[in-house]
Design a binder for this molecule. Structure first.
Ligand code: COA
Length: 336
């Protein structure tokens, strides 16, 4: 954990969703499934998907504009952009570079993407915290965005039902009142179990050498394996994060978890002993939006009044890698 030198303030959060809604009933046109099967196992009723030319960069740009407006920070004042995506539409230019251009940021600030799948926002926040603490950068835009609907195999009914598209963004800045909004943060990975969720991007060897067998396209997931791993580690991990910050679960106002499966969310909720009003869930309407999931849940729940500001929240996520992470944050008035 980074010991803060300069504290960090969360200045603004924003989100963006594509308009097109695909319900569980719609999916019955693609394969043999039912609303009842999907809803009881996952908590998902519908998801949003991009259509036509729209992609994760467009969603990320909208979410970034919203977060910057809430933060009352002009794009020209941003000195670093970190974009988190499970799979950017272009491997290069990075999403972060696209967003720098779309925001009209003329200065030659750094902008880069990170790949930590659904833990992307927590990884991004951890990086931003270190940069702010060191005094290297002052105003940082973290944008997490995914267009999963382009990456799933729409013939695979056990995986494609889960995912949706969306974006969330957070603007963080050096705090000028000595209060750090990141009370605790931790990120983890275990590459030994990386084959639980995979998305390959195979090219072709030079035509003059032996070729290799490319892996299948689309997201491949061992759903049972992911479920078993996460249900085993996550509740205990989140509880540990809280106790190692010297806090008790009841001192934290909200749980804002990655929206992957309602049963995993409930397992964390149960471990912390939280009532439903302390737990943010929007999986029913958006499914798993990967990197966007946590900031989308945060920004939307504040906008809709489910999460009151002047509060604290524990964020937690997990995803391909496998990666996982958590953060305890202060949510000040005015961030959304
Ligand atoms: N509709 C109807 N039946 C389906 C189906 C669907 N959409 N998808 C799979 N099935 C069938 C399977 O074919 C299988 O049938 P069989 O027993 O006749 O072979 C049966 O349902 C059980 O399939 P299985 O894949 O073992 O289901 P499951 O109980 O593990 O549930 C998930 C699947 C994906 C809902 C569950 O494993 C899960 O949520 N895992 C966590 C995934 C996750 O969180 N990923 C995100 C990481 S960021």
């Amino acid at each position: 954990m980074v010991k803060s030198l300069i504290p960090l303030r969360i200045a603004g959060v924003g989100y963006s969703l594509p308009e097109t809604v695909i319900t569980n009933d719609d999916l019955t046109k693609l394969y043999d499934t039912s609303d009842e099967w999907i809803y009881t196992r996952t908590g998902i009723k519908e998801r949003r998907v991009v259509s036509g030319e729209q992609n994760a960069i467009d969603l990320g740009f909208e979410a970034s504009k919203n977060a910057l407006a809430k933060a009352k920070i002009d794009p020209s004042e941003i000195d670093l952009i970190i974009a988190a995506s499970s799979a950017p539409p272009d491997l290069y230019p990075a999403i972060a570079c696209h967003i720098q251009a779309r925001l009209g940021i003329k200065t030659q600030i750094p902008a880069f993407d990170i790949t930590a799948a659904c833990t992307g926002l927590i990884y991004g926040l951890s990086i931003a915290k270190a940069y702010i603490a060191s005094g290297m950068y002052k105003n940082i835009l973290i944008v997490a965005t995914d267009n999963n609907s382009r990456l799933v195999n729409w013939e695979d009914r056990s995986t494609s039902i889960l995912f949706g598209d969306g974006a969330g963004a957070m603007v963080v800045t050096a705090s000028d009142d000595g209060v750090d909004d990141v009370i605790a943060i931790d990120i983890k990975s275990d590459g030994h179990i990386g084959d639980l969720i995979e998305l390959s991007f195979d090219g072709k060897n030079c035509p003059l050498v032996e070729q290799y067998e490319p892996k299948p396209t689309g997201i491949r997931m061992n759903g049972k394996g992911v479920y078993a791993f996460v249900a085993k580690i996550l509740p205990h991990y989140v509880e540990n994060l809280i106790t190692s910050a010297g806090m008790k679960a009841e001192e934290i106002d909200y749980l804002i978890p990655h929206q992957a499966n309602i049963r995993i969310i409930q397992a964390v909720q149960e471990r912390l002993g939280y009532s439903d009003d302390k737990v943010v869930t929007n999986i029913k309407y958006y499914g798993n939006t990967s990197a966007a999931s946590i900031p989308l849940a945060l920004a939307e729940s504040v906008e809709k009044g489910k999460v009151k500001l002047g509060s604290t929240a524990v964020l937690c996520g997990f995803g391909a890698g496998m990666t996982w992470g958590g953060a305890i944050v202060r949510l000040r008035e005015g961030i959304c």
